[in-house]
Design a protein around this ligand. Structure first.
Ligand code: ADP
Ligand code: GN1
Ligand code: MG
Length: 368
């Protein structure tokens, strides 16, 4: 699939003509570019251009969700005295006033303002980064507390329904590439031995024991832009998966990524460990912001949610490996199974430290 970036950009109301474009960032889903546009005599202005992954998303529904949520957030941020053009994403409309542009080959593109003077960390260099990330996602939950969830499409149905993910995983084992399945029996066994985890949060949502909220659903650290000088959060990005869900998905997924002492695709598993220090820091930030809005049932499940989300993500990487790497972007043949092993190492570590995690949550909760 080929496209001319300059011609794509000419369909948007950018401030000036495009002069430069480069691939950007480390996302696994969309094709992201930084683009510069000329605005003489002022210096060029930068934007984010994305070819949206339309294999995964119904783009019309996706952009409907993102427009509603960013409009709502802008109002809330302005009412709190913040800068709505820095603290949330701004969609640059097409010359036809649409939120995205579809070319003749059905590639779909969107442009966001580039949030300057920020970084997106692949790993937390200090506990302060994670505490600020926790505060940022807690605040994000709080801002969306009154947002009417029924206005949003469930953009990827059953996205964090781990029980359904397990069924899909078993189908991948049955129908996957035979050599890959044969080579992954150890990892497959790891997933199967933990089948009992799968129903925990889903059944709580179904029975009403856990509240359904509007959640981000992809809360890894590189989906926050931070100020590199202060490590304060500036803007939460990657709003593709905003939809009704559980607060536990957001909490657990942040810990999955942020409390890993290594990168998500580190293959030297001796470097891949679960950091209690990072867990404690994130929990302090998140509960500090969101504590009074959380139910006891949610608080009780915070530690377990970290295990569940890490297990689920590892299972998704492994299923993608078995079926030929069609979902996550990969750079080499064994990339997805390496990521799965990495996640499973963290799962094992968290299982050992579950009591300690519970004690940390209790301590922080009492202090709120
Ligand atoms: P994906 O869904 O593929 O993860 P993201 O929307 O997260 O795509 O974007 C990929 C990366 O691009 C982010 O991790 C971040 O580094 C960068 N990025 C995305 N949007 C912006 C923005 N508006 N300003 C600056 N950087 C951005
Ligand atoms: C994907 O889009 P990105 O790279 O931020 C994925 C998440 C996974 C994550 C694993 C829409 O996130 O669910 O947890 O990779 N996003 C989607 O790194 O599937
Ligand atoms: Mg992302």
């Amino acid at each position: 699939m080929s496209f001319d970036i300059g011609s794509v950009v000419s369909h948007f109301k950018t401030d000036g003509e495009m002069i430069h474009a480069e691939p950007f960032g480390c996302g696994h889903i969309n094709d992201t570019y930084e683009i510069y546009c000329k605005r003489e005599p002022k210096p060029p202005i930068r934007y984010i251009l994305q070819r949206i992954n339309s294999e995964i998303f119904d783009v019309k529904k996706l952009m409907h969700n993102i427009c509603l949520v960013t409009d709502y957030l802008k109002e809330r941020i302005a009412a709190d005295g913040g800068n709505p053009y820095e603290s949330t994403l701004t969609i640059i409309k097409t010359t036809d006033d649409a939120a995205y542009y579809e070319d003749e080959e059905h590639n779909c593109f969107r442009i966001y303002n580039f949030i300057e003077n920020t970084v997106s960390y692949q790993r937390a260099a200090s506990a302060k980064v994670l505490e600020n990330a926790g505060r940022a996602f807690g605040h994000f939950q709080k801002l969306l507390f009154d947002f009417d969830a029924s206005l949003l499409y469930e953009i990827i149905p059953d996205f964090h329904n781990t029980a359904k993910r397990f069924e899909a995983f078993e189908a991948a084992v049955r129908e996957g590439i035979p050599e890959r399945v044969a080579s992954a029996m150890g990892e497959i066994g790891f997933v199967r031995a933990r089948k009992g985890y799968c129903g925990e949060i889903v059944s709580g949502l179904l029975s009403g024991k856990l509240p359904l909220r509007v959640t981000h659903n992809d809360t890894k650290l590189n989906n926050i832009l931070m100020n590199p000088d202060t490590d304060e959060s500036v803007c939460i990005i990657d709003l593709d998966t905003i939809m009704p869900g559980s607060l536990l998905y957001d909490f657990g997924d942040s810990i999955r990524f942020g409390a890993n002492t290594a990168l998500e695709d580190e293959t030297d598993l001796s470097l891949v460990n679960f950091s209690m220090e990072m867990f404690e820091a994130y929990t302090r930030g998140f509960v500090g912001e969101m504590g009074e809005y959380m139910t006891d049932a949610e608080v009780k499940l915070l530690p377990f949610s970290c295990i569940l989300m890490t297990y689920e993500c590892g299972m998704r990487f492994l299923a993608d490996y078995l079926t030929g790497d069609t979902y996550f972007k990969t750079t080499h043949d064994t990339h997805n199974i390496e990521r799965a092993r990495n996640q499973f190492k963290i799962v094992g570590d968290m299982e050992e430290k579950l009591d300690e995690m519970k004690a940390v949550v209790e301590g922080i909760r009492k202090g709120v």
